[in-house]
Each structure stands twice: as structure tokens, then as C-alpha cells.
Design a protein around this ligand. Structure first.
Ligand SMILES: O=C(O)CCC(=O)C(=O)O
Length: 285
């Protein structure tokens, strides 16, 4: 680990003090109780090759099919999602109704993908109950040169009008090495009471109380924790608790970062009404 990473406008040294490994959880032939125990202990499960790589890459290919060819590096296959370095000037804002991500999350194929039995089965194990999927499934797409990343947050700040008996499943739609804009998790942060911590944190979004901060180094210093990272491959997933802090780093590679985050809740629990409809980046949630 060497060098520096950036998240939005803030830098953080990529070294042993600030970063550690997101440990893959062995999941084959594992008892439900031991998976639950690992989830409780760590706040996450990182399951390598849990989904079929070909099915994940098929979603990537279908997503990129909606874009003009100028988004892609000449000589590369559009389905691989290799950035040309120039964003088409006439592309609508990400996730607005006329942007390709908007119809994409409404396709039958994408719905089938996020409703997969494997994801339901895992959520049922972790929640020890039958589950329902929250309909709103954001589609994230980050490219190099834009300095846009996810600020540090816990999911419950965005879902606090319903049950906390839910899990989030983060799915990279394609390979996603750290420097392509990978998701990172603040170690053991599911144990932190953030209400007291957040008052000491900087924010570049004074009007929005939901993100903890854009300053990932400051959050690591204040809590004495490290950020856990991995080079994700298509087929990997991370399941996390709604109280586990996470963020992402800026994309610096030609490989574009595409992902979705899917949530399952106990089927008998009240669902936050803001999460009952299909996602649109302009829905304000
Ligand atoms: O993909 C990202 O950068 C953010 C995802 C996220 O916040 C989540 O999965 O809860």
C-alpha cells in the first residue's frame, strides 16, 4: 500500500494506518448461525464469487448498451465499459428520467437480477425471517476525472422512516479494483454511536445531515479505525449492516465503476415509504 487516495475533494494516505483488508468470508458449507455470527461481529460479509460472474457481466453489458459510443475508449468493446476520458456533452444528469440508468433499473432483466433467489436466501439467513426487497435500487456509475464518490455514511440515516431490520447488498457490476472507485468500510463501525461523533466532523454538505463527512482521514483519526478495502471482481458481493459506515474513493482508472445496492428487510417490518418506488437520481432520497 503506497500513495494517496482521494474521495470527493479530500485526500487520505493509502497506508497501514488508514487501510486494512476487507476479509473475504468463507461461505460454502457454512452454517446459517456461523454466517450470522460473522455478520454481527464484523458488520459485513464479503462473499467472493457469490453471484455468477457471467450474469453480472451481462448486466454490465446491457447497461452500457444504452450509451453513445463516444463514452468508450476507441478500440475497446462497449460492453467492457472502458472510459474514453470524455463524457458525452449531451448526456442527461446521471439517473434522471432520460439517462440510461433510469430505464435500466426498470428492466425485467435487472429486476430478476436483484430479486435473485441467492440474494433472498442470504438475507433470510441473516435476518432469520422471510424477506422483501426494497424496490428502490440505486445504480451508481463513477468515472475518472470527476472527483465524485460516496461520502462516509451509515445506511440507516437514509432509511430512518422504517425498520432497521434490513441488510444492504452491495454489488459491483463488473470488476472494481480499489482505484476504480471501490467501496470501503470503516472497521467495526457498526459498534460506534455516531450521534456524538458527527458533531466533530467536517462536512462539505452543511445542508444535509445524512452523510457523516467527506473527510475519510478525519473520520479514521477521530474513531481510531481503519478503512477496509478490496479489489472486487464481478460476482463478489458485500452484505452490510445499516449501521456500518462506508464510503468510496474517486475513480482513477479507465475501467468505469458501476454498482448497485440492494436492500432486503424482514417481510413483517414497516418499510421506509421513500424506498417503495423505483430509484431515480432525482427522487431526492
Ligand atoms: O456504491 C456506493 O458508492 C455507495 C453504496 C452504498 O452506500 C451502499 O451500498 O449502501
Amino acid at each position: 500500500m503506497t500513495g494517496t487516495l482521494t474521495s470527493n475533494s479530500a485526500k487520505i494516505p493509502f497506508n497501514d494506518r488508514y487501510f486494512g483488508d476487507l476479509r473475504a468470508t468463507p461461505w460454502t458449507n457454512r452454517s446459517p448461525e456461523s454466517l450470522r455470527q460473522a455478520f454481527r461481529d464484523q458488520g459485513y460479509l464479503f462473499l467472493k464469487r457469490y453471484l455468477d460472474r457471467g450474469e453480472v457481466l451481462d448486466q454490465r453489458s446491457k447497461y452500457f448498451a444504452g450509451f453513445p459510443s463516444s463514452l468508450f475508449k476507441p478500440g475497446t468493446r462497449q460492453e467492457d465499459g472502458i472510459f474514453s476520458g470524455a463524457f458525452p456533452t449531451d448526456l442527461p444528469p446521471h439517473g434522471a428520467s432520460d439517462h440510461p440508468a433510469h430505464p435500466f433499473v426498470r428492466t425485467r432483466e435487472f429486476e430478476r437480477f436483484v430479486d435473485s433467489e441467492r440474494l433472498q436466501f442470504l438475507s433470510q439467513i441473516l435476518l432469520e425471517h422471510s424477506v422483501t426487497r426494497l424496490r428502490r435500487t440505486p445504480l451508481r456509475h463513477f468515472v475518472r476525472g470527476r472527483s465524485v464518490a460516496s461520502r462516509a455514511h451509515i445506511d440507516f440515516s437514509y432509511l430512518d422512516c422504517g425498520t432497521s431490520e434490513l441488510v444492504t447488498i452491495w454489488i459491483p457490476i463488473g470488476d472494481c479494483p480499489l482505484r476504480a472507485g471501490g467501496l470501503i468500510y470503516l472497521e467495526d463501525s457498526q459498534q460506534i454511536e455516531f450521534a456524538s461523533v458527527r458533531t466533530a466532523l467536517s462536512s462539505d454538505r452543511a445542508h444535509d445531515h445524512r452523510p457523516l463527512t467527506h473527510e475519510l482521514q478525519e473520520l479514521a483519526d477521530l474513531t481510531g479505525r481503519r478503512w477496509l478495502w478490496a479489489d472486487f471482481e464481478a460476482g463478489d458481493i458485500v452484505v452490510h449492516s445499516p449501521f456500518m459506515a462506508h464510503a468510496s474513493v474517486n475513480s482513477e482508472t479507465d475501467l468505469m465503476r458501476v454498482s448497485t445496492d440492494v436492500r432486503y428487510a424482514r417481510s413483517d417490518a414497516p418499510v421506509d415509504p421513500r424506498w417503495r418506488s423505483d430509484w431515480s437520481a432525482t427522487d431526492g432520497f
